[in-house]
Write a protein that binds this ligand. Structure first.
Ligand SMILES: Cc1cc2nc3c(=O)[nH]c(=O)nc-3n(C[C@H](O)[C@H](O)[C@H](O)COP(=O)(O)OP(=O)(O)OC[C@H]3O[C@@H](n4cnc5c(N)ncnc54)[C@H](O)[C@@H]3O)c2cc1C
Length: 379
């Protein structure tokens, strides 16, 4: 089979690597507009088990990546200068560039032909391939070319966010909520390398307008965010890398394949950064696609199987991500709660965690929360 993979993000690189490794006779050509070693953004975070979901199928990749990840057990919430830790909610993170470099090396190692610095301008350039894997991200060319056939839809969260880095390192994944005279901000910040952290700043639309961010350059916005979070950054700067203000786009496609083209990763669906699963979802899509194609003897049956098996799983996750994002859409209101009630509201925001589960998962936090609740009831 001759396969063109469009896009060298985590989804495209992983699919190309996996297919070529398992089918050495196949032609797998990957096209990526950026040079190898260039990327946007800073770190990406995975949930507790990090890459363990890969281990059964691909222990070598897990062993190559895992030692380079930063990991921690707790989440810290900072509200109006007070802090509380929620124990037992572990995460692991890695620099996006570092992850891509590792995946690039693995794809090269199995014989994928990767054409970096090559923008595919038109699908005519991919004529002659048996299969086109569209791993070309949010603004996918393949999807844009057949939006109606894919049943594409997009809507936007109302909050604004900008994705920065900083050399300030934080001991745990942290969320810092700050009220100013013109509105409220939240930062999601976590260490992804021994000397670097992601620092994603979010605010509601009213705050964004009150500050006049629409009229400011990237650098002016960055400086204001540094002032807002001066207490957290502790003298460190925010580092910008295409750090423009954006609204989170909710991408969905009803039909995951059309003719010989199939969507994976962000081209297919997005899941809000507050549940930190976009990279994992893209890699899991790649695995599901490879397995579905292997299970069927012809291409269209394989593509139909991919959608039938994977869509219900992704739908569930996207629903959880939407519920989580809704909490953030009204975070200035939640900030009126006391610290412990605020933390409880945060940790139960997806509606999937009840008190019993919390007592097992986060015993120290729950003991503290229940003590404060009982004290409140007695007062
Ligand atoms: C603010 C923010 C924070 C995030 N935080 C996290 C996180 O903590 N954890 C997490 O797991 N995920 C996170 N994500 C999501 C994550 O970045 C994406 O979900 C993930 O990168 C999707 O992988 P992908 O391979 O589908 O697409 P991408 O990583 O977007 O890769 C697509 C690639 O295709 C290339 N391309 C596009 N068009 C063309 C073309 N015409 N020709 C050639 N090349 C092309 C692009 O250059 C790009 O390299 C975050 C996203 C945002 C916006």
């Amino acid at each position: 089979m001759r396969i063109a993979v469009l896009g060298g993000g985590p989804g495209g690189l992983y699919f190309a690597y996996l297919w070529k490794k398992r089918h050495p006779a196949a032609v797998v050509d990957l096209f990526e507009q950026n040079p190898a070693g260039a990327t946007w953004g800073f770190g990406v975070v995975f949930s507790d088990q990090a890459l363990e979901f890969l281990r059964a199928d691909d222990p070598d990749t897990v062993d190559a990546i895992a030692p380079r990840m930063e990991s921690w057990r707790n989440i810290t919430l900072n509200l109006h200068g007070e802090s509380v830790e929620i124990d037992g909610v572990g995460f692991a993170a890695i620099g996006r560039l570092e992850l891509l470099k590792l995946l690039q090396a693995r794809a090269e190692g199995v014989g994928v032909t990767a054409r970096y610095g090559t923008t595919v301008q038109s699908l005519d350039q991919l004529a002659g391939y048996d299969l086109i894997v569209a791993a070309d991200g949010l603004n996918s060319l393949v999807r844009r070319s057949f939006e109606g056939d894919f049943g594409f839809s997009v809507s936007y969260s109302s909050n604004k966010f900008a994705w920065y880095g900083t050399s300030k390192t934080f001991p745990t994944l942290s969320q810092t909520f700050v009220a100013t005279d013109r509105g409220s901000f939240n930062a999601h910040h976590y260490r992804y390398a021994p000397d670097m952290s992601t620092f994603l700043v979010e605010c509601d639309r009213a705050t964004w307008q009150a500050y006049g961010f629409a009229e400011m350059s990237v650098d002016e916005s960055r400086r204001i965010c540094e002032q807002v979070f001066a207490g957290t950054l502790d003298g460190h700067s925010l580092i910008s890398n295409r750090s423009v203000w954006r609204n989170f786009p909710w991408v969905w496609n009803e039909h995951w394949w059309h003719r010989n083209m199939v969507l994976i990763g962000d081209a297919l669906h997005t899941a809000h950064f507050s549940i930190g699963s976009g990279t994992r979802l893209a890699i899991e899509d790649a695995i599901a696609l490879a397995k579905a194609l292997e299970a069927e003897s012809n291409l269209s049956d394989g593509l139909a199987r991919y959608q039938a098996e994977r869509q219900p799983i992704v739908k569930k996750l996207v629903t959880a991500a939407r519920t989580s994002a809704e909490w953030y859409e009204s975070f200035p209101g939640h900030m009126k709660l006391g610290l412990m009630d605020f933390a409880y509201s945060y940790i139960t925001r997806s509606g999937r965690i009840d008190d019993n589960r919390l007592r097992t998962m986060a015993p120290q936090f729950m003991a503290r929360y229940e003590a404060s609740r009982d004290k409140g009831a007695r007062a």
